[in-house]
Design a protein around this ligand. Structure first.
Ligand code: SF4
Ligand code: SF4
Length: 383
């Protein structure tokens, strides 16, 4: 395992880290297998944004006796209410769920206290001018958190936080698709010449490139989410590039951005940890992502769900991310239809329960037309 400096924090992190979001559906035994596989493979950083109580307790139990071998990213503002995840800027709720995090993780400190999911300048204003940043700074002063982080998908918002000086670590979504999101440019022009090498990344969205450079300049270490674009970039039927990347290519792509210290790969089973760790053994040729980008002529991630859950909670109780994932699986024949139908049937609420209220679309960082997808899923699944 290769290790990298995490910006100015003084921490050194494994370049492959563990994302824990998919562990929410797993038993304590499987959670322990995944966390131990990561630790045994040299992974020393994990992100746990989830507020669901059982998964927090399960990860805490898995780390028992090995807490000092793992750096933990815990999130300020990820709360659990009425049986669902919610993002909150309410100080009391944030405090309650940080206390819950510490208790369930069986620890008295969090290495990186992430201010959770800040995607707009207005929200950043609320945080900087209200009690949340004050709270994070106080936690740092008290040693309850060792570094202040922020998670975001928006390069402009993230850059302002980076340049404000209080941020130590940024959790940001990085992959070729997001970096190449066209902005007032014709995307085809990105692919007519071979610009895809370390010297000439001229195709990257300038706002995103500027963010990475700002992080490097301010000593803000980046930990990466969405390295595989929620699996979309591994699937030729869903990939906006109309071809699949390999995991090694996508990891290498993210690790090649300035200031990136670790890519946090979401793993649900120990075998997936093994796949992520296999990157360390790959050759330069196997990691080379330029070949996968060359010749691509079509590109659009607009309205593509990446199953991130950020649109929750839904007033109808719909697990929007799961519905979208199963709908995509069905239409791309990713698994036998009966299996997908059975998983869909087991959901507590279905697409047909959608009230078309639109709050999910307001929260979605990726512009997904959820209401339309709920209609399509209702038709596809029959309810
Ligand atoms: S539009 Fe439908 S899925 Fe979205 S929040 Fe409203 S009820 Fe839930
Ligand atoms: S609809 Fe948007 S916010 Fe919801 S899971 Fe999909 S990408 Fe995430």
């Amino acid at each position: 395992m290769e290790y990298r400096k995490l910006g100015k924090t003084g921490m050194t992190v494994s370049e492959i880290g563990l994302g824990c979001e998919h562990l929410q559906v797993e038993s304590r035994e499987v959670v322990e297998q995944v966390v131990h596989a990561a630790l045994d493979g040299g992974i020393n950083i994990l992100d746990a944004f989830m507020s669901e109580p059982q998964v927090r307790s399960n990860i805490g139990a898995a780390l028992r006796g090995r807490r000092d071998q793992m750096l933990i990213q815990g999130h300020i503002g990820s709360i659990w209410r009425n049986g669902q995840y919610e993002r909150s800027r309410d100080l009391t709720l944030c405090q309650t769920f940080i206390a819950d995090f510490l208790k369930r993780f069986e620890t008295d400190y969090i290495d990186i206290g992430m201010i959770h999911f800040v995607d707009t300048l207005d929200d950043l204003d609320t945080i900087e001018n209200g009690p949340i940043l004050e709270y994070a700074l106080r936690l740092k002063e008290q040693g309850v958190i060792r570094a202040i982080g922020m998670s975001s998908h928006d390069p402009v918002t993230a850059r302002r936080a980076v340049e404000a000086g209080w941020l130590d670590v940024l959790l940001f979504s990085v992959n070729p698709a997001y970096d190449l999101l066209p902005e007032n440019m014709k995307i085809e022009s990105y692919f007519v010449t071979d610009t895809w090498n370390r010297e000439g990344l001229s195709g990257v969205n300038p706002k995103r490139a500027a963010l990475y450079d700002a992080c490097a300049a301010h000593g803000v270490g980046i930990t990466v989410m969405k390295t595989y674009g929620a699996g979309i970039l591994l699937n030729p039927a869903l990939s906006p590039f109309h071809r699949a990347f390999t995991t090694a290519q996508l990891i290498q792509y993210a690790l090649s951005r300035p200031a990136v210290a670790s890519v946090l790969i979401g793993c649900q089973k120990p075998e997936e940890v093994t796949v992520a760790l296999a990157y360390e053994e790959t050759s330069a040729a196997e990691r080379d992502y330029a070949e996968a980008l060359a010749g691509t002529v079509q590109f659009s991630t607009a309205r593509q769900c990446v199953y991130c859950n950020h649109c929750h909670p839904c007033p109808a109780g719909i697990d929007v991310a799961s519905v979208n994932r199963l709908y995509d699986a069905l239409r791309t024949n990713a698994a036998p239809a009966e299996l997908i139908q059975a998983q869909y049937a087991a959901l507590e609420a279905h697409a047909g329960d959608c009230l078309a209220c639109g709050v999910c679309e307001e929260r979605c960082p990726f512009g997904v037309g959820v209401i339309e997808r709920m209609r399509a899923a209702t038709e596809a699944f029959g309810k």
